[in-house]
Design a protein around this ligand. Sequence first.
Ligand code: NAD
Length: 471
Amino acid sequence: MVKICCIGAGYVGGPTMAVIALKCPEIEVVVVDIAAPRINAWNSDHLPIYEPGLDDVVKQCRGKNLFFSTDVEKHVAEADIVFVSVNTPTKTQGLGAGKAADLTYWESAARMIADVSKSDKIVVEKSTVPVKTAEAIERILTHNRKGINFTILSNPEFLAEGTAIADLFKPDRVLIGGRETPEGQKAIHSLKSVYAHWVPEDRILCTNLWSAELSKLAANAFLAQRISSVNAMSALCEATGADVSQVSHSIGTDSRIGPKFLNASVGFGGSCFQKDILNLVYICECNGLPEVANYWKQVIKVNDYQKMRFVNRVVSSMFNTVSGKKIAVLGFAFKKDTGDTRETPAIDVCKGLLGDKAKLSIYDPQVTEDQIMRDLAMKKFDWDHPAHLQPLSPTSNKQVSVVWDAYEAIKDAHGICVMTEWDEFKNLDYQKVYDSMQKPAFIFDGRNVVDVNKLREIGFIVYSIGKPLDS
Ligand code: NAD
């Protein structure tokens, strides 16, 4: 029986391995992590991450051919294929701080693999890593090995949180990069035969190591760039009376452009887009390509600008101050169908409003009070001036409350900010909402999900991104 071990039981390691276990019943899959609470949760009825369809997949295989364990060394030692899906955040100090990827988790995983291995292994980069990381990993493994052959593959993950299971069941493509040596090609063949259980052959792309590593960074940079492009247009729409939905539709019908990923919003979030672009910027700078670096930097700058624009719009619409006013924040996760708040635009928007002394009442169906308070207490890293952490506006408990019901959040509020496109926010009883609010009642829709005409008929003053303003 082939044994797979995945180091890192997070948003990627957990769902990807659960799907491999489901689709390959003859393979034993063990997901290991140093975080015991996370592993305990994977072994319980309350999985550590919310992802539609995930519970079902885990229930079908857990205890049969899918296992979660903290016994990292034992399971790595026994595996034929070791996936490494540890976190690769942005470095916060030292060389490259604020841009470069922090590879300390990866390095310690690689050293541990070299240390405990007693048989040949394929080591698969599942985490998103800078191009050329495989070379460094190879060096660590080769210099520490004891007559054991390690073959490195790059197999970046393209799933999107919120649709992870659907993406894994029917991926646009699976990418496998390897050395062009006989060992490299043999390892590619082995990994390909795992995915071939359910992914059509023409969707499994094989490349060299560096193309696979760079493709993941490039894919995220292109996706984020589309969002920043449409968001930049949204600012121009607001200034001119054009409607960004009409502009998006008009350009998206051009088959060269296509309609996806053209929704204007308060900005992108999530753990990947910003960090991967920063990483790309750093790689460009290290390779003597400052103009290319500047090009990608702009994608993040527009995203920051969009969040700031939103805060300014809220404050200026509400008679130039939100001091002492209750504002309901609907949604805190960075997108719907996930409880993930990493880099969510809600953090910057809330901090901006708190800076003007607003009182926030926050509701998200999947994010806990603890998580929200932790996020709001975090200092924002200034990547242009990495030596500095931006000062935080003081946040007292009196300024922020987290509630478990949208209507409760909204009661007596002067304004509503929609931060996440959860379906339930489209279907609220807006007459009831209006009746329970202070007047004039404002809605600032950061996701363009509410029915603007209907709300204006009720009496709301509505701001949507990139749309003509209320007169
Ligand atoms: P995560 O933080 O949810 O999970 C990483 C896990 O690795 C953590 O539970 C951590 O405890 C564990 N870990 C770290 N060092 C370890 C070690 N030495 N031994 C055992 N466990 C260790 O991260 P994630 O969101 O799953 O992302 C993982 C990687 O995948 C990142 O490189 C990310 O960029 C990439 N990625 C993420 C997504 C996404 O949507 N989240 C999508 C594609 C790619």
